[in-house]
Design a protein around this ligand. Structure first.
Ligand SMILES: [Zn+2]
Length: 459
């Protein structure tokens, strides 16, 4: 493969995002800095560039401690945006239960600090609410992993409140339950929690062919909180910035739109806000019956296809392409990889939990490329640092993405893939949104107006 894509140049962007800027969770000052960095790069390339604000319920930082009656501190990280405790914390009897299955949940948990295995994300918190524990201690089930750095869903928090929650590694958790003390003291504080906004960066490259259709390439540039987010997804962003340079210099027959999305890790906030705007415009135009009869297309109709870059940059690992759309998309990736002797696992019409989902929901097909480095990539933890990434790793995945773009986007006289999703894929996308966070899904569906409310008074 001869490539214009430079792993070295992409790596320089990765250094800027992970080392100079650092953690960038949705709505944080780090994310805003990264947005400006990306905007400046697009502008330097001469692309028509803008920042788009989206609302997000977020926070700046969070701290927690978990202490035994003898004063021993157990290493933990908070689940931000669950309820903060008073400065003295909560001291309560503790209870170990196996998990959040119905069989484990009864009145015993009331007034206790509950220690259990598993995740305490949205749906589990909901199950616990009826039984009113005072605090939750979640033990991760994967061995030798840094603490997961999720944040609690803002919509869930607003509608049903939350229980202060901390996360333990499996190793620390086992030691805790082996000698479970009578009581524990849990302190948790989420700083600067508020309705704020984040940014998407949008950059357009006009194609030489006539027509309004647009091929979009996207990557999310936010990280989970307290993580440099190198593999996930400083690297995908760095690769997209490098692709923008390549096509800005060589030119493109098709209109290209580069989309750097914020707020992905906290629930696709940036991508959903972007798609929702297109969907609203589409619906208001089509309320006028003449619009379609006159052969006009909305901006959403013109969004033909999405190429998503999420998780990459490591030297070793397994490269994947996940498609949602016509069977030809998966076939195209399979055939090309074979021809180039590139090991690429292709998953056809498979749900990939990333920004593509918002587009798929609105009927736009997609291909997502990633490269995952086995168990050690440290995704969603503070171990996801630039140490695991390198220019060669970026060039490796960049090469196959560029070859695919050349063959199917830049070369064909007519763009080869129809703008449609098979019914089963559409259903799978809807199901994913509903299960992931039902409240959030309702807010995203176009029938309902979503107006995030600012928090009033003190809780
Ligand atoms: Zn990601």
């Amino acid at each position: 493969m001869t490539t214009a894509f430079s792993g070295e140049r992409a790596y320089a962007h990765l250094e800027a995002l992970c080392e100079k800027i650092g953690p960038r969770h949705g709505g944080s000052s780090g994310e805003a800095k990264a947005a400006r960095y990306i905007r400046d790069h697009f502008k330097e390339l001469g692309l028509r560039t803008r920042l788009e604000r989206y609302p997000i319920y977020s926070f700046e930082d969070a701290h927690a401690t978990l202490t035994t009656p003898r004063g021993k501190q157990i290493p933990c990280v908070p689940l931000p945006m669950t309820a903060s405790t008073s400065a003295r914390g909560i001291t309560a009897p503790c209870l170990f239960i196996e998990g959040s299955e119905a069989v484990d949940l009864d009145d015993r948990v009331r007034g206790k600090i509950v220690v259990m295995f598993g995740s305490f994300r949205n749906s589990v918190q909901e199950q616990f609410h009826a039984f009113k524990p005072l605090g939750l201690v979640a033990i991760q089930t994967a061995p030798y992993r840094q603490h997961q750095r999720y944040a609690y869903g803002a919509d869930a928090r607003r509608s049903r409140g939350s229980i202060p929650t901390v996360i333990l590694t499996l190793e620390d958790g086992i030691q805790l339950i082996k000698r479970l003390p009578k009581t524990l003291t849990l302190k948790l504080k989420t700083e600067g929690e508020k309705l704020t906004h984040g940014y998407n960066v949008v950059a357009d490259l006009k194609g030489s062919d006539p027509g309004d259709d647009v091929i979009a390439m996207c990557a999310h540039f936010d990280s989970v909180w307290g993580s440099a987010g190198a593999m996930d997804n400083g690297a995908g962003t760095a690769a997209m910035l490098e692709f923008a340079r390549v096509y800005a210099q060589t030119g493109s027959p098709r209109n290209m739109r580069f989309l750097a999305f914020g707020g992905e890790e906290m629930g696709l906030w940036g991508a959903k806000a972007y798609v929702k705007k297109l969907k609203n415009e589409d619906e208001s135009l089509k309320r006028n019956k003449d619009f379609e009869r006159d052969g006009l297309k909305s901006k959403l109709d013109c969004t033909r296809f999405l190429v998503n870059l999420d998780m990459m940059g490591q030297l070793y690992g397994k490269s994947n392409a996940i498609t949602l759309g016509h069977a030809d998309i998966a076939a195209s990736a399979r055939l090309l990889a074979n021809e180039l002797r590139y090991a690429l696992a292709v998953e056809e019409n498979s749900v990939y939990s990333s920004d593509n989902m918002a587009f798929n929901y609105a009927g736009v097909p997609s291909i997502s490329f990633n490269r995952i480095g086995f168990e050690s990539s440290g995704g969603h933890t503070s171990a996801d640092t630039i140490d695991n990434c390198c220019a060669e790793g970026l060039a490796h995945i960049g090469g196959i993405v560029e070859a695919w773009m050349d063959r199917y986007v830049m070369s064909p006289h007519v763009f080869p893939f129809p703008r449609e999703l098979p019914e089963a894929a559409t259903d799978a996308v809807k199901k994913w949104f509903k299960e992931k966070n039902p409240l959030d899904y309702e807010a995203f569906t176009p029938q309902k107006r979503y107006r995030p409310k600012a928090k009033k008074g003190k809780k």
